[in-house]
Design a protein. Sequence first.
Length: 336
Amino acid sequence: MIAHLAYAEGSPCPTLVLDSAQVPQQGTSLTDRLADARRSLKAVGKAHVLKIALVCPSPHPMFDLDYRFVQALPDAEDSFDLRGSCGHSILSSAVVAERMGMLPKLSVGGRVRVRVLNNGDSVVCEVDEVKRDAAQFTVHFVRTAAIPVTQLLITGEPRTTVTVDGELHEVSLVSSGNAYAFLDARTIGIKDPDALFADDESLFDRLGRVRAAAADQLGWPRAGAFPKIAALLPVEEGRIAARAVSVPSWHPTIALTGAVCLGSAIRIPGTVPWRMTQEVGCPDGLEIVTPGGRTAVAADVRDIDGVLSLSWASVNRKRVTFQGLLPLEPQASTTW
């Protein structure tokens, strides 16, 4: 079986893209096949690739591509989390799907409509630029119908208190693109972006413990990837600094879905991100400042019959580079 690798700028690692028609759809057969893929990656020095995308042409008339995300977990080769999604991997899948013949040739102004099977998201990848081995996109997370922003609150509350080692921490648990826990970094002693972006093991550990406590509160597995967590600081008008944790280390920037989630969360009254916008203001969208650069996100939230509702959220200037083919060798326990 031939797999493909593509890297979306700002992601912690490339994405391994597989034709979903060539792998089992669920259960231990799927897990075994994915574990074999990880062993093949390790054999060629690519054990750091922890993102896997399963794609196929969509049978749905509204979509071009069906996509399923798999987060490989570092604790074991057969350990995976299929609970959430990954925007960087969606873009990698669009680039690879063209090369696999699942999509027409990408062209500027064209759109790839992706159905995310993990969570039902609808994502439109608008092509801004195409080169031989790269493409740049604007990504739109589109709701089939506008959703009240309060429905994005996982616990139904704008802020939730979790306990870590006897200390109380207030987080906002929001799901838009992916599930996130947003924490005001000032509440854990981080006062400026330099401190937030430092290679501080104690901060990493603290955020991991808060994330685990949030997972406990939701009844989700601690060893999984979700909810993700990001610590935030207000910077200046229209800008919030964010430090996010990925699997298994700091995220170099912020996940594309994290940008979408934060861009949505600032529009939900009472959340931690919303309260920061009361300090700095975000009149024309949000610019997220990260250790690896800046990400701009805009969300369409408007009053519909007296209810604040989200229709879409968009992130621009996301570049993807195709990194090549990778033959996956069958293992003794699996027939490819």
